[in-house]
Write a protein that binds this ligand. Structure first.
Ligand SMILES: [Zn+2]
Length: 500
């Protein structure tokens, strides 16, 4: 798959052009970080996201920078840390995705591995043109050095698109102590150099296995790695890279300051990863929704590309600890917003991010208090989740939602009433939440996420007291934007926190 993208290629690696992107558009459907517009490209474009997986973590320590605390690293990436990487992904997936991380021997450098003339402090400034190739060389060499230090990559492939070993390492992460920022990088897509196996271009090949993409975190930041690894699984960024507002709250891929309070995935991300217990609403239903961290329950109102997802979020578990209260998180999803599924489209999503428009993003968190503080560049807080007595109903005026028409409703972005309703919310003492949900009486039960396997179909559709009716059981700049994907976000987060 990666090879097919290059007939349009005209020069060195830096010569990736919009021409390439246009040429690539005619190729097979596969893309990196596309939130599962394509699901069949696990291996070349995505890490496996269901079942057991063997992940590799390579610590890279450069002398003169704060040393890596290897014991702390081992703990955070072991299943024993209740607040760590492994337990995070197991909790978020309801145990459907079970990563185990092997930390390789530390790769060490006596001095910065980047060319000293260009990077005197080993810090890469955002948008630095010369950093692209230097950064790729550093990634390649880190994998090579881990291999040469005796680490055997061969056992690190137990999963793939069909749930069995597929010739691709299940996931590779690089954690360094230099100010590298955080990135997830589709190395195979851009590589025009050595593949470590006697060839050039495409994925790296070590111990007979391919490595197509890498998650990288700098400054010893293990929390950044939790987010970066989400990209390897197929997820795109859900914060607002343009800085107009914070982007999506309540999401590991959204606006999170990489503090120890890791947010669970938003309902759409969970749903797409097949980590949800998906309940499709049909007709009028009074339901009890249990906390998502233990139940995985996501209620879907509506079908097609535009719909609403509802889940029960709150503090109490190992994650989501920063939430101020428990309530229903209601997300308005529009899959037509900048998602493509065409090879190379991920670059366009970096230029023009899917959640950059506060009033019409891919995923919008509705706020029960109707103050629209998130859209107005404020913050998520108390009163935003749907708690006891709250509701969300159609707006008969039919006016599209915008800055000029800040009205909470279940209307679609076009302004048309969807006929969907969320009413009479009641938060119970045990943390579960009762709500009345209304959707069309028919035609809601046929959609599937995939042809076969876990969570491809709704667990229930329609009335749950009876037997479920369908419970079947461009140019150079984009590249540079990619290279320093997370850095700007972090700076902005610091600003936000300083203001708080
Ligand atoms: Zn990211």
């Amino acid at each position: 798959m990666p090879r097919a993208a290059w007939p349009c290629h005209t020069g060195g690696v830096l010569r990736l052009s919009l021409t390439l992107l246009v040429c690539a558009a005619s190729l097979a459907r596969a893309d990196y970080m596309d939130h599962f517009v394509v699901r069949e490209d696990v291996g070349p474009r995505k890490a496996p996201y269901l079942g057991d997986a063997k992940l590799v973590l390579i610590p890279i320590e450069v002398a003169g920078f704060p040393p890596i605390d290897e014991a702390a690293l081992q703990r955070f990436f072991s299943p024993d840390d209740p607040n760590g990487f492994v337990r995070y992904y197991e909790t978020a997936s309801l145990g459907r995705y079970r990563p185990r991380v092997t930390v390789t021997p530390k790769v060490t450098y006596a001095s910065c591995p980047l060319p000293a003339a260009q990077f005197p402090t080993c810090e890469i400034a955002r948008g630095d043109i010369s950093a692209f190739t230097a950064g790729m060389d550093m990634m390649r060499e880190a994998v090579k050095k881990a291999d040469e230090a005796g680490f055997d990559f061969a056992p690190m492939d137990v999963n793939g698109r069909k749930g069995v070993a597929d010739g691709w390492v299940d996931g590779v992460m690089l954690l360094t102590n230099v100010p590298f920022g955080g990135i997830a990088f589709p190395f195979a897509y851009f590589n025009r150099g050595d593949n470590l196996n006697g060839g050039t271009s495409g994925p790296l090949v070590v111990d007979g296995l391919k490595v197509g993409h890498l998650a990288i975190a700098g400054e010893n930041d293990q929390f950044v790695m939790v987010h970066e690894f989400g990209h390897l699984l197929g997820l795109t960024d859900l914060y607002d890279e343009s800085g107009k507002y914070d982007g999506l709250y309540l999401s590991v891929m959204g606006t999170w300051g990489y503090d120890p309070n890791i947010p669970l995935p938003d309902a759409e991300t969970r749903f797409r990863l097949r980590w949800a217990n998906w309940h499709q609403v049909q007709g009028r239903q009074r339901v009890t929704i249990k906390p998502v961290e233990t139940s995985g329950e996501v209620y879907r109102l509506g079908t097609g590309d535009e719909y609403f997802l509802i889940e029960n979020r709150g503090p109490g578990g190992s994650f989501d600890k920063s939430l101020p209260e428990r309530g229903l998180a209601v997300f308005h999803v529009d899959r037509t917003v900048k998602l493509g599924g065409v090879e190379g489209n991920f670059v366009e999503r970096i230029l023009d991010c899917v959640n950059c428009d506060a009033y019409h993003p891919y995923i919008r968190l509705l706020q029960a208090d109707g103050l629209f503080e998130i859209e107005r560049n404020g913050r998520f807080g108390r009163g935003d989740l749907f708690g006891t007595g709250s509701f969300l109903r159609p707006d008969a005026r039919g006016i599209p939602f915008s800055k000029m028409n800040e009205v909470n409703s279940t209307n679609l972005y076009a302004g048309t009433a969807s006929g969907l309703t969320l009413d009479d919310v009641r938060v119970l003492d045990d943390g579960s939440i009762e709500v009345t949900l209304i959707a069309p009486e028919t035609g809601q039960c046929e959609e599937r996420l995939c042809a076969e396997g876990e969570a491809c179909a709704p667990v229930t559709c329609g009335e749950q007291t009876k037997a479920p009716s369908c419970a079947a059981t461009g140019g150079l700049w984009p590249v540079l934007g990619l290279l320093f994907l997370e850095k700007r976000f972090r700076r902005r987060e610091q600003r936000v926190f300083a203001r708080a």
